[in-house]
Ligand binder design. Structure first.
Ligand code: ZN
Length: 320
């Protein structure tokens, strides 16, 4: 039983229209699902991904009117977005700078070309050249040319105060392999430790930065809420529930999210982890061709659609 990679990352935005404009208009991702937070139906839950909403390509946002995240440790501190092709990072640097985005110069980190930038709310992102390994499903309606589009997520960096407790859960419970480390780009006296799943590579790597000097981050806009890992099917997913229990790891049990099955627990550094199934996927409740264009509601919420829609800010400005 192996986790096969990063499934999705869920982050926080306090500006849903601005968030939508950035991830679709600047980064060229597809809004594959527009739904509401099931605990607060006045707030969106937005999912950006590749053409199909493939597992491993999905960056999602809770729309919360929260102040900006207070930076610190015990959270996800960098989300990698994979790209490929000759000159791809220079191309993206010009595109992002032209859109007024805070973007660094392309550099090399852990043996790969990377381009660090932040979204308009300070969300820490990096384009990572993955060498074109593995499948890509570009979206033909994206403003970004197919060969330059974001191919998926990874690697993802966590920051914790102590390596050993987190590393033990990653390796002993979750079956990851500790493979190498490199100097922390944010604080070069510290190290970042690389853990890989299954076939490895950036789509299946978790990077753990160890920063005992940092206070605990206070969640908020421009920060990450949780990270999810891939389980191929329901059978393995149920086996993960048993495995966590056998190690005494408190967990949520199986939660049906309709588009996939989830399972939540906290790693010892306090970061919320999820294990999610690859299927059934985002086309489970609307046609693949038009998914994301209409507000999708779980069946129990459908009778209240009119009220729910009236309580949401429009994502698109008039004529846009
Ligand atoms: Zn999730």
């Amino acid at each position: 039983m192996q986790l096969t990679g990063i499934h999705h990352v869920t982050a926080v935005s306090a500006d849903a229209p601005g968030n939508h404009a950035f991830y679709t208009g600047v980064l060229g991702m597809r809004l594959v699902k527009k739904t509401v937070n099931q605990d607060d139906v006045t707030a969106y839950h937005l999912f950006y991904a590749d053409k199909h909403g493939s597992p491993g390509t999905d960056l999602t946002f809770f729309d919360w009117p929260a102040p900006p995240e207070r930076r610190g440790g015990r959270t996800v501190t960098l989300t990698g977005l994979r790209v490929a092709g000759e000159g791809v990072l220079d191309w993206w640097r010009a595109r992002l700078a032209g859109a007024g985005v805070a973007v660094a110069e392309p550099t090399e980190r852990d043996g790969r070309g990377v381009l660090d930038f932040t979204d308009p709310e300070g969300q820490r992102l990096a384009l990572v050249d993955d060498g074109g390994v593995g499948p890509a499903h570009p979206w033909e309606k994206s403003p970004v040319p197919a060969e330059r589009q974001i191919r998926g997520l990874g690697p993802i960096t966590l920051t914790v105060p102590e390596l050993a407790p987190t590393a033990t859960v990653l390796t002993e419970v979750m079956g990851m392999r500790a493979v190498r480390d490199y100097p922390d780009p944010v604080s070069p006296n510290h190290r970042v430790h690389v853990f890989e799943m299954d076939a490895g590579g950036p789509a299946a790597e978790l990077h753990v930065a160890v920063r005992p000097d940092l206070a605990v981050a206070r969640p908020g806009a421009g920060g990450v809420h949780h990270i999810a890992f891939r389980a191929p099917d329901d059978r393995e997913h149920r086996a993960w529930v048993k495995r966590l229990a056998s190690f005494g790891v408190p967990n949520s049990g199986v939660v049906d999210r309709f588009y996939f099955r989830s399972l939540y627990f906290r790693e010892p550094g306090g970061i919320l982890f999820e294990i999610a199934t690859d299927g059934p996927g985002f086309a489970a409740d609307e046609p693949a061709e038009t998914m994301g264009t209409k507000l999708a509601l779980p069946p129990a919420f459908e009778p209240h659609r009119r009220d729910i829609e009236a309580g949401l800010k429009p994502l698109w400005s008039v004529g846009g």
